[in-house]
Design a protein around this ligand. Structure first.
Ligand SMILES: NC(=O)N[C@@H](CC(=O)O)C(=O)O
Ligand SMILES: [Zn+2]
Ligand SMILES: [Zn+2]
Length: 459
Protein backbone atom coordinates (compact mmCIF):
# COMPACT_ATOMS: atom_id res chain seq x y z
CA UNK A 1 0.00 0.00 0.00
CA UNK A 2 1.17 3.47 -0.81
CA UNK A 3 1.27 5.98 2.00
CA UNK A 4 -1.59 8.47 1.71
CA UNK A 5 -0.44 11.52 -0.20
CA UNK A 6 -0.82 15.04 1.02
CA UNK A 7 -3.76 17.08 -0.11
CA UNK A 8 -3.56 20.79 -0.69
CA UNK A 9 -6.31 23.31 -1.15
CA UNK A 10 -4.97 26.34 -2.98
CA UNK A 11 -7.46 29.09 -2.21
CA UNK A 12 -8.18 32.11 -4.35
CA UNK A 13 -5.42 31.56 -6.88
CA UNK A 14 -5.39 33.29 -10.22
CA UNK A 15 -4.70 30.64 -12.87
CA UNK A 16 -2.59 32.26 -15.59
CA UNK A 17 -3.60 35.65 -14.23
CA UNK A 18 -7.30 35.10 -14.89
CA UNK A 19 -9.95 35.39 -12.18
CA UNK A 20 -9.77 33.61 -8.85
CA UNK A 21 -10.39 29.98 -8.15
CA UNK A 22 -9.68 27.18 -5.69
CA UNK A 23 -7.55 24.23 -6.77
CA UNK A 24 -7.63 20.99 -4.83
CA UNK A 25 -4.55 18.79 -5.17
CA UNK A 26 -5.31 15.15 -4.50
CA UNK A 27 -3.69 11.91 -5.66
CA UNK A 28 -1.25 13.77 -7.85
CA UNK A 29 -3.89 15.52 -9.89
CA UNK A 30 -5.96 18.68 -9.66
CA UNK A 31 -9.49 17.98 -8.51
CA UNK A 32 -12.62 20.04 -8.03
CA UNK A 33 -14.26 20.87 -4.73
CA UNK A 34 -12.61 20.94 -1.34
CA UNK A 35 -11.39 18.53 1.29
CA UNK A 36 -11.56 18.91 5.06
CA UNK A 37 -8.11 17.58 5.86
CA UNK A 38 -6.26 19.35 3.06
CA UNK A 39 -3.41 21.76 3.81
CA UNK A 40 -4.82 25.16 2.94
CA UNK A 41 -2.64 27.58 1.00
CA UNK A 42 -3.90 31.14 0.95
CA UNK A 43 -3.10 32.07 -2.63
CA UNK A 44 -4.57 35.56 -2.63
CA UNK A 45 -2.49 37.56 -5.11
CA UNK A 46 -0.69 34.49 -6.42
CA UNK A 47 -0.66 33.30 -10.01
CA UNK A 48 -0.66 29.59 -10.88
CA UNK A 49 1.39 28.46 -13.86
CA UNK A 50 2.07 25.02 -15.24
CA UNK A 51 5.36 23.80 -13.72
CA UNK A 52 8.22 25.33 -15.67
CA UNK A 53 10.32 23.14 -17.94
CA UNK A 54 13.96 23.92 -18.67
CA UNK A 55 15.28 22.44 -21.88
CA UNK A 56 18.87 23.47 -21.13
CA UNK A 57 20.40 22.88 -17.70
CA UNK A 58 23.93 21.92 -16.71
CA UNK A 59 23.85 19.79 -13.56
CA UNK A 60 27.58 18.88 -13.61
CA UNK A 61 27.09 15.39 -12.22
CA UNK A 62 28.92 13.12 -12.87
CA UNK A 63 32.33 14.76 -12.69
CA UNK A 64 32.03 18.26 -11.23
CA UNK A 65 30.01 17.66 -8.11
CA UNK A 66 31.94 20.54 -6.53
CA UNK A 67 30.09 22.92 -8.87
CA UNK A 68 26.65 21.27 -8.86
CA UNK A 69 24.99 17.92 -8.30
CA UNK A 70 21.77 16.53 -9.68
CA UNK A 71 20.29 17.13 -6.24
CA UNK A 72 21.47 20.73 -5.71
CA UNK A 73 20.58 21.69 -9.27
CA UNK A 74 17.16 20.07 -8.84
CA UNK A 75 16.59 22.10 -5.70
CA UNK A 76 17.57 25.32 -7.45
CA UNK A 77 15.18 24.36 -10.24
CA UNK A 78 12.24 23.70 -7.92
CA UNK A 79 12.87 27.03 -6.16
CA UNK A 80 12.79 28.68 -9.57
CA UNK A 81 9.36 27.19 -10.27
CA UNK A 82 10.58 24.32 -12.44
CA UNK A 83 9.16 20.82 -12.38
CA UNK A 84 11.37 19.37 -15.12
CA UNK A 85 14.86 20.07 -16.38
CA UNK A 86 16.79 18.57 -19.27
CA UNK A 87 20.34 17.84 -18.17
CA UNK A 88 23.04 18.63 -20.71
CA UNK A 89 25.50 15.93 -21.70
CA UNK A 90 28.81 17.78 -21.14
CA UNK A 91 29.56 15.98 -17.91
CA UNK A 92 32.61 13.90 -17.06
CA UNK A 93 32.24 11.20 -18.22
CA UNK A 94 30.18 12.62 -21.06
CA UNK A 95 26.57 11.42 -21.23
CA UNK A 96 27.19 9.56 -24.47
CA UNK A 97 26.13 6.06 -23.40
CA UNK A 98 23.00 4.43 -22.03
CA UNK A 99 24.91 3.87 -18.77
CA UNK A 100 25.59 7.54 -18.08
CA UNK A 101 22.14 8.83 -19.06
CA UNK A 102 20.55 6.15 -16.87
CA UNK A 103 22.77 7.22 -13.97
CA UNK A 104 21.68 10.86 -14.31
CA UNK A 105 18.06 9.80 -14.69
CA UNK A 106 18.27 7.67 -11.55
CA UNK A 107 19.93 10.46 -9.54
CA UNK A 108 17.09 12.74 -10.58
CA UNK A 109 14.46 10.28 -9.38
CA UNK A 110 16.30 9.87 -6.09
CA UNK A 111 16.45 13.63 -5.51
CA UNK A 112 12.73 13.74 -6.34
CA UNK A 113 12.53 17.52 -6.66
CA UNK A 114 12.02 17.86 -10.41
CA UNK A 115 11.94 15.41 -13.29
CA UNK A 116 15.50 15.23 -14.60
CA UNK A 117 15.45 14.27 -18.25
CA UNK A 118 18.95 13.52 -19.53
CA UNK A 119 20.09 14.87 -22.87
CA UNK A 120 22.43 12.53 -24.75
CA UNK A 121 25.60 13.58 -26.52
CA UNK A 122 25.53 13.60 -30.32
CA UNK A 123 29.13 12.50 -30.71
CA UNK A 124 31.39 10.27 -28.64
CA UNK A 125 33.05 12.35 -25.93
CA UNK A 126 31.68 15.53 -27.58
CA UNK A 127 34.69 15.19 -29.85
CA UNK A 128 32.71 15.78 -33.03
CA UNK A 129 34.18 12.75 -34.79
CA UNK A 130 31.71 9.88 -34.63
CA UNK A 131 28.10 9.51 -33.58
CA UNK A 132 27.42 8.37 -30.03
CA UNK A 133 25.07 5.44 -29.39
CA UNK A 134 21.93 7.51 -29.94
CA UNK A 135 19.63 4.50 -30.34
CA UNK A 136 20.81 2.85 -27.12
CA UNK A 137 20.24 6.09 -25.20
CA UNK A 138 16.77 6.42 -26.74
CA UNK A 139 15.76 2.90 -25.69
CA UNK A 140 17.41 3.14 -22.26
CA UNK A 141 15.42 3.71 -19.07
CA UNK A 142 16.09 7.44 -19.57
CA UNK A 143 14.29 7.38 -22.96
CA UNK A 144 16.45 10.15 -24.36
CA UNK A 145 14.85 12.22 -27.12
CA UNK A 146 17.04 15.34 -27.12
CA UNK A 147 20.66 15.05 -28.18
CA UNK A 148 23.26 17.78 -27.95
CA UNK A 149 27.02 18.31 -27.88
CA UNK A 150 26.32 21.60 -26.06
CA UNK A 151 29.49 23.37 -25.05
CA UNK A 152 30.68 22.32 -28.50
CA UNK A 153 29.16 22.74 -31.92
CA UNK A 154 28.55 19.72 -34.14
CA UNK A 155 30.62 21.52 -36.74
CA UNK A 156 31.04 18.71 -39.30
CA UNK A 157 28.07 19.03 -41.66
CA UNK A 158 28.10 15.36 -42.58
CA UNK A 159 27.94 14.28 -38.94
CA UNK A 160 25.18 16.79 -38.30
CA UNK A 161 23.21 15.42 -41.21
CA UNK A 162 23.67 11.84 -39.99
CA UNK A 163 22.55 12.77 -36.49
CA UNK A 164 19.45 14.55 -37.79
CA UNK A 165 18.57 11.52 -39.93
CA UNK A 166 19.21 9.05 -37.14
CA UNK A 167 16.93 10.61 -34.51
CA UNK A 168 13.98 10.79 -36.92
CA UNK A 169 13.25 7.12 -36.22
CA UNK A 170 12.20 7.91 -32.65
CA UNK A 171 11.06 11.52 -33.12
CA UNK A 172 14.21 12.83 -31.52
CA UNK A 173 15.69 16.28 -31.91
CA UNK A 174 19.24 17.58 -32.23
CA UNK A 175 19.88 20.65 -30.07
CA UNK A 176 22.73 22.55 -31.62
CA UNK A 177 25.20 24.87 -29.89
CA UNK A 178 25.63 27.06 -32.96
CA UNK A 179 29.23 28.25 -33.04
CA UNK A 180 31.47 27.90 -36.06
CA UNK A 181 34.70 27.04 -34.24
CA UNK A 182 36.99 28.46 -36.90
CA UNK A 183 35.40 31.87 -36.40
CA UNK A 184 35.67 31.91 -32.60
CA UNK A 185 39.22 30.79 -31.94
CA UNK A 186 40.46 32.61 -28.84
CA UNK A 187 37.20 34.56 -28.57
CA UNK A 188 36.49 36.24 -25.24
CA UNK A 189 33.38 38.33 -25.84
CA UNK A 190 31.04 39.65 -28.53
CA UNK A 191 32.94 41.05 -31.52
CA UNK A 192 32.03 44.72 -31.63
CA UNK A 193 32.83 48.17 -30.35
CA UNK A 194 33.18 47.15 -26.72
CA UNK A 195 35.60 44.33 -27.54
CA UNK A 196 37.68 46.71 -29.63
CA UNK A 197 37.77 49.19 -26.77
CA UNK A 198 38.76 46.50 -24.25
CA UNK A 199 41.22 44.82 -26.60
CA UNK A 200 39.57 41.42 -26.20
CA UNK A 201 39.27 38.91 -29.05
CA UNK A 202 35.77 38.97 -30.52
CA UNK A 203 33.15 36.20 -31.03
CA UNK A 204 31.37 37.44 -34.15
CA UNK A 205 27.61 37.11 -34.57
CA UNK A 206 28.18 35.42 -37.92
CA UNK A 207 29.79 32.42 -36.18
CA UNK A 208 26.35 31.64 -34.75
CA UNK A 209 24.29 32.72 -37.73
CA UNK A 210 26.28 30.71 -40.29
CA UNK A 211 25.75 27.47 -38.36
CA UNK A 212 22.04 28.11 -37.87
CA UNK A 213 21.65 28.85 -41.58
CA UNK A 214 23.46 25.64 -42.48
CA UNK A 215 21.53 23.56 -39.98
CA UNK A 216 18.06 24.74 -40.96
CA UNK A 217 18.91 23.79 -44.54
CA UNK A 218 20.15 20.38 -43.41
CA UNK A 219 17.05 19.85 -41.28
CA UNK A 220 14.86 20.82 -44.22
CA UNK A 221 16.76 18.50 -46.53
CA UNK A 222 16.36 15.44 -44.32
CA UNK A 223 12.97 16.42 -42.83
CA UNK A 224 14.18 16.23 -39.24
CA UNK A 225 13.72 18.28 -36.10
CA UNK A 226 16.36 20.80 -35.17
CA UNK A 227 16.50 22.84 -31.98
CA UNK A 228 18.81 25.85 -31.68
CA UNK A 229 20.31 26.47 -28.26
CA UNK A 230 20.82 29.94 -26.74
CA UNK A 231 20.09 32.16 -29.76
CA UNK A 232 21.88 35.46 -29.16
CA UNK A 233 21.82 37.67 -32.25
CA UNK A 234 19.36 39.64 -34.35
CA UNK A 235 20.78 37.96 -37.45
CA UNK A 236 19.99 34.52 -36.02
CA UNK A 237 16.40 35.65 -35.51
CA UNK A 238 16.22 36.62 -39.20
CA UNK A 239 17.51 33.19 -40.26
CA UNK A 240 15.00 31.45 -37.99
CA UNK A 241 12.12 33.59 -39.21
CA UNK A 242 12.97 32.70 -42.78
CA UNK A 243 13.31 28.98 -41.98
CA UNK A 244 10.01 28.84 -40.13
CA UNK A 245 8.28 30.59 -43.02
CA UNK A 246 9.57 27.78 -45.25
CA UNK A 247 8.13 25.19 -42.89
CA UNK A 248 11.42 23.87 -41.55
CA UNK A 249 10.95 21.90 -38.33
CA UNK A 250 13.11 24.15 -36.23
CA UNK A 251 12.63 25.42 -32.69
CA UNK A 252 14.81 27.86 -30.80
CA UNK A 253 15.53 29.03 -27.31
CA UNK A 254 16.77 32.25 -25.74
CA UNK A 255 18.30 32.54 -22.28
CA UNK A 256 17.19 35.04 -19.65
CA UNK A 257 20.64 36.66 -19.68
CA UNK A 258 20.55 37.26 -23.43
CA UNK A 259 17.14 38.91 -22.93
CA UNK A 260 18.49 41.31 -20.32
CA UNK A 261 22.24 41.93 -20.39
CA UNK A 262 24.56 43.39 -23.03
CA UNK A 263 28.27 43.26 -23.85
CA UNK A 264 28.72 46.52 -21.93
CA UNK A 265 28.89 44.28 -18.85
CA UNK A 266 32.33 43.10 -19.96
CA UNK A 267 33.77 46.53 -19.20
CA UNK A 268 33.77 45.45 -15.55
CA UNK A 269 36.14 42.60 -16.48
CA UNK A 270 34.09 40.55 -14.01
CA UNK A 271 34.13 36.99 -15.40
CA UNK A 272 30.65 36.39 -14.02
CA UNK A 273 29.56 38.02 -17.30
CA UNK A 274 31.62 35.68 -19.47
CA UNK A 275 29.31 33.26 -21.26
CA UNK A 276 28.87 31.36 -24.49
CA UNK A 277 27.48 32.67 -26.71
CA UNK A 278 28.59 36.05 -25.37
CA UNK A 279 26.34 38.87 -24.23
CA UNK A 280 25.54 40.92 -27.33
CA UNK A 281 24.36 44.45 -28.11
CA UNK A 282 21.22 46.31 -27.07
CA UNK A 283 19.90 45.89 -30.63
CA UNK A 284 20.31 42.12 -30.33
CA UNK A 285 18.50 42.13 -26.97
CA UNK A 286 15.64 44.04 -28.56
CA UNK A 287 15.40 41.61 -31.48
CA UNK A 288 15.43 38.61 -29.13
CA UNK A 289 12.62 40.03 -27.01
CA UNK A 290 10.52 40.69 -30.08
CA UNK A 291 11.23 37.20 -31.45
CA UNK A 292 10.21 35.64 -28.15
CA UNK A 293 6.91 37.49 -28.19
CA UNK A 294 6.25 36.59 -31.82
CA UNK A 295 7.20 32.95 -31.47
CA UNK A 296 10.15 33.04 -33.83
CA UNK A 297 11.93 31.99 -30.66
CA UNK A 298 9.84 29.26 -29.09
CA UNK A 299 11.08 29.05 -25.54
CA UNK A 300 13.15 30.49 -22.73
CA UNK A 301 15.81 28.06 -21.51
CA UNK A 302 18.18 28.91 -18.70
CA UNK A 303 21.52 27.43 -19.81
CA UNK A 304 22.11 27.25 -16.04
CA UNK A 305 25.90 26.81 -16.02
CA UNK A 306 27.30 26.54 -12.50
CA UNK A 307 31.05 26.92 -12.13
CA UNK A 308 33.30 26.47 -9.12
CA UNK A 309 34.89 29.59 -7.60
CA UNK A 310 38.36 28.83 -9.00
CA UNK A 311 36.90 28.65 -12.51
CA UNK A 312 35.16 32.02 -12.22
CA UNK A 313 37.07 34.20 -9.78
CA UNK A 314 40.15 34.58 -11.92
CA UNK A 315 41.28 36.64 -14.86
CA UNK A 316 38.64 37.06 -17.57
CA UNK A 317 40.66 35.14 -20.18
CA UNK A 318 41.02 32.10 -17.91
CA UNK A 319 37.48 32.01 -16.58
CA UNK A 320 35.05 29.41 -17.85
CA UNK A 321 32.02 30.70 -19.71
CA UNK A 322 28.57 30.28 -18.18
CA UNK A 323 26.24 31.66 -15.53
CA UNK A 324 23.53 30.46 -13.14
CA UNK A 325 19.94 30.75 -14.25
CA UNK A 326 17.41 28.43 -12.63
CA UNK A 327 16.48 30.51 -9.60
CA UNK A 328 16.18 33.81 -11.45
CA UNK A 329 14.78 32.88 -14.88
CA UNK A 330 11.13 33.54 -14.16
CA UNK A 331 11.93 36.89 -12.51
CA UNK A 332 14.00 37.98 -15.49
CA UNK A 333 11.23 37.02 -17.90
CA UNK A 334 8.68 38.90 -15.75
CA UNK A 335 11.02 41.87 -15.82
CA UNK A 336 11.50 41.71 -19.56
CA UNK A 337 7.78 41.40 -20.25
CA UNK A 338 6.83 43.94 -17.61
CA UNK A 339 5.12 47.15 -18.61
CA UNK A 340 7.59 49.95 -19.03
CA UNK A 341 10.43 47.56 -19.71
CA UNK A 342 10.35 48.61 -23.34
CA UNK A 343 11.06 52.23 -22.48
CA UNK A 344 13.75 51.89 -19.90
CA UNK A 345 16.45 49.36 -20.72
CA UNK A 346 15.98 46.81 -17.97
CA UNK A 347 19.67 46.52 -17.35
CA UNK A 348 19.85 50.16 -16.37
CA UNK A 349 17.34 49.53 -13.64
CA UNK A 350 19.72 47.60 -11.47
CA UNK A 351 18.70 49.13 -8.16
CA UNK A 352 15.46 49.86 -6.43
CA UNK A 353 15.73 53.61 -6.97
CA UNK A 354 16.44 53.46 -10.64
CA UNK A 355 13.85 50.76 -11.18
CA UNK A 356 10.44 51.91 -12.24
CA UNK A 357 7.34 50.84 -10.46
CA UNK A 358 6.65 47.39 -11.76
CA UNK A 359 3.05 46.57 -12.54
CA UNK A 360 3.91 43.03 -13.64
CA UNK A 361 2.87 41.39 -16.86
CA UNK A 362 -0.17 42.60 -18.72
CA UNK A 363 -3.26 40.70 -17.72
CA UNK A 364 -5.29 41.48 -20.79
CA UNK A 365 -5.15 42.96 -24.22
CA UNK A 366 -3.95 41.69 -27.54
CA UNK A 367 -0.26 41.10 -28.07
CA UNK A 368 1.98 40.47 -31.04
CA UNK A 369 2.40 36.86 -29.95
CA UNK A 370 -1.23 35.90 -30.44
CA UNK A 371 -1.41 34.80 -26.81
CA UNK A 372 -4.21 36.36 -24.89
CA UNK A 373 -1.96 37.85 -22.26
CA UNK A 374 1.53 37.78 -20.90
CA UNK A 375 0.90 35.02 -18.36
CA UNK A 376 -0.27 32.78 -21.14
CA UNK A 377 2.86 33.72 -23.07
CA UNK A 378 5.01 32.78 -20.08
CA UNK A 379 3.18 29.44 -19.73
CA UNK A 380 3.76 28.75 -23.41
CA UNK A 381 7.41 29.80 -23.60
CA UNK A 382 8.53 28.38 -20.25
CA UNK A 383 6.37 25.28 -19.83
CA UNK A 384 4.14 24.02 -22.64
CA UNK A 385 6.48 24.53 -25.58
CA UNK A 386 9.63 23.17 -23.87
CA UNK A 387 7.60 20.16 -22.65
CA UNK A 388 6.48 19.50 -26.23
CA UNK A 389 9.98 19.85 -27.67
CA UNK A 390 11.43 17.49 -25.08
CA UNK A 391 8.49 15.08 -25.32
CA UNK A 392 7.65 15.37 -21.61
CA UNK A 393 3.99 14.37 -21.68
CA UNK A 394 3.41 14.88 -17.96
CA UNK A 395 4.52 18.50 -18.10
CA UNK A 396 3.20 21.66 -19.67
CA UNK A 397 -0.46 21.30 -18.65
CA UNK A 398 -2.32 24.37 -17.44
CA UNK A 399 -3.56 24.01 -13.86
CA UNK A 400 -7.19 22.88 -14.13
CA UNK A 401 -9.31 20.02 -12.80
CA UNK A 402 -8.12 16.75 -14.31
CA UNK A 403 -4.60 18.00 -15.07
CA UNK A 404 -1.53 16.62 -13.31
CA UNK A 405 -0.78 18.61 -10.13
CA UNK A 406 2.51 19.78 -11.58
CA UNK A 407 2.45 23.52 -11.18
CA UNK A 408 4.01 26.55 -9.58
CA UNK A 409 2.58 29.47 -7.62
CA UNK A 410 4.14 32.87 -8.18
CA UNK A 411 3.80 36.14 -6.30
CA UNK A 412 4.23 38.72 -9.06
CA UNK A 413 4.08 41.66 -6.64
CA UNK A 414 7.08 40.50 -4.60
CA UNK A 415 10.50 42.07 -5.05
CA UNK A 416 13.77 40.55 -4.03
CA UNK A 417 17.41 41.49 -4.09
CA UNK A 418 19.54 38.70 -5.54
CA UNK A 419 22.07 37.45 -3.00
CA UNK A 420 24.40 34.81 -4.46
CA UNK A 421 24.94 33.24 -1.05
CA UNK A 422 21.19 32.50 -0.85
CA UNK A 423 21.33 30.24 -3.85
CA UNK A 424 20.49 26.55 -3.58
CA UNK A 425 23.05 25.93 -6.30
CA UNK A 426 26.50 24.79 -5.23
CA UNK A 427 27.91 27.63 -7.30
CA UNK A 428 27.67 31.39 -6.90
CA UNK A 429 28.12 32.69 -10.44
CA UNK A 430 24.91 34.64 -10.83
CA UNK A 431 25.19 37.77 -12.98
CA UNK A 432 22.28 39.37 -11.09
CA UNK A 433 23.91 39.82 -7.67
CA UNK A 434 22.54 42.90 -5.97
CA UNK A 435 19.83 43.47 -8.55
CA UNK A 436 16.23 43.87 -7.46
CA UNK A 437 14.04 41.50 -9.42
CA UNK A 438 10.27 41.18 -9.59
CA UNK A 439 8.40 38.02 -8.63
CA UNK A 440 8.91 35.21 -6.20
CA UNK A 441 8.10 31.52 -6.47
CA UNK A 442 5.97 30.68 -3.44
CA UNK A 443 5.23 27.00 -4.06
CA UNK A 444 5.99 24.28 -6.58
CA UNK A 445 4.24 20.93 -6.93
CA UNK A 446 5.40 17.87 -8.81
CA UNK A 447 2.64 15.31 -9.36
CA UNK A 448 0.87 16.52 -6.25
CA UNK A 449 3.90 16.59 -3.97
CA UNK A 450 5.12 19.97 -2.79
CA UNK A 451 8.77 20.56 -3.64
CA UNK A 452 8.65 24.20 -2.53
CA UNK A 453 6.36 25.73 0.12
CA UNK A 454 6.50 29.29 1.47
CA UNK A 455 9.37 29.93 -0.93
CA UNK A 456 11.50 27.22 0.68
CA UNK A 457 12.52 23.84 -0.65
CA UNK A 458 10.64 21.07 1.13
CA UNK A 459 13.63 18.69 1.09
N1 LIG B 1 26.98 28.57 -21.78
C1 LIG B 1 28.21 28.50 -21.34
O1 LIG B 1 28.90 29.51 -21.38
N2 LIG B 1 28.73 27.39 -20.82
C2 LIG B 1 28.13 26.09 -20.80
C3 LIG B 1 28.24 25.40 -22.11
C4 LIG B 1 27.32 25.92 -23.16
O2 LIG B 1 26.12 26.11 -22.92
O3 LIG B 1 27.74 26.14 -24.30
C5 LIG B 1 28.81 25.26 -19.71
O4 LIG B 1 28.69 24.03 -19.72
O5 LIG B 1 29.39 25.86 -18.81
ZN1 LIG C 1 26.07 26.02 -25.57
ZN1 LIG D 1 24.70 25.06 -22.16
Amino acid sequence: MNAPRSQYLIKGVSVLGRGKTDLLIRDGVIAEGSAKDAHVIDADGLVALPGLVDLHTHLREPGREDAETVETGSRAAALGGYTAVCAMANTSPVADTAGVVEQVYRLGREAGLVDVQPIGAVTVGLAGERLAELGAMATSAAQVRVFSDDGHCVADPRLMRRALEYVKAFDGVIAQHAEEPRLTEGAQMHEGEVATRLGLTGWPAVAEEAIIARDVLLAEHVGSRLHVCHVSTAGSVDVLRHAKARGVKVTAEVTPHHLLLTDERATSYDPVFKVNPPLRTAADVEALRKALREGVIDIVATDHAPHAVEDKECEWAYARPGMLGLETALSIVLDVLGLGAGNVPAEERSDEAGRRRHPGPRASGASASGYSDDWDLIAERMSRAPARIAGLAEHGHDPAPGAPATLTLVDPAARRVVDPSDSASRSRNTPYAGMTLPGRVVATFLRGEATVLDGKAVK
